[in-house]
Design a protein around this ligand. Sequence first.
Ligand SMILES: [Zn+2]
Length: 301
Amino acid sequence: MLIRTTIALLILVSPGVAVAKLNVFACEPEWAALALEIGASQVVAFSATTALQDPHYIQARPSLIAKVRRADLVICSGAELEIGWLPALLRKANNRDVLPGKSGYMEASRFVDRLDATGSVDRSKGDIHPQGNPHIQINPHNVAAVAEALGERMRVLDPDNASLYETNLADFLARWADAIEGWETKAQPLRGKKAVTHHKSWVYLERWLGIEEVANLEAVPGLPPTASHLSKLTRRFANGGADFIVRSPYQDDRPSEWLSEKVGIPHLILPLTVGGTDEAQDLFSLFDNIVDRLLQVAHHE
Ligand SMILES: [Zn+2]
């Protein structure tokens, strides 16, 4: 109802002028959320994946192709996270404005320091991410860097609304900086904690909060944990050496529950992006929830 009234008003104040919105196609929910922070009602943002899907592997469905065809801007994490499906989407959508190299195409990971770049392209080692770890959104400083680049891109693509994007971006960055300070203060007790993680999804979070990653449940990145690797971990952590086990909402819960029971340390789900838990409803509550959930298990010892 409110939306309908707003549209009616816009049409009234600008008769004859169509209200063209900036159409943003995001590969992951965090970038759709960020586009909305900066563009507000001037932007229509859609995410190809939800927080409950593994962004490495989705189908290039016809409905997604249609969305890319209509997009003004495609924003993805990049660093080959979407290599299994995004190239097919771009090819089939046949929208020249959003191809790599055009201003309508943006890889968020280009604007941050990527961790774990190996340069190796041996796919037999799983989704090893030779261009560096693509799960960059899980450090709020990275989100700020991407926000600046995204704001600039939106001004280029939609110059009529440049001042709106500029104002919203400045407002977001100010609130974001305050929030980061709060999270960093609150998360102090997490420094030096040792984490076992399912996939290597959390390296930016760990670097940010001073958490040490001591093992992964996946023996080979991107392939399901094996029984032999899990029993190796059981022996290794039988007498301590790890504080908790982390997985994303879309990952199989059995390996972390099994190890948790065997070695007697807590396991938890952390949202990897917006929508990953009931509490993580936007970028701010995403990091609120991550810090809260980690503190809960850290205090449990
Ligand atoms: Zn990955």
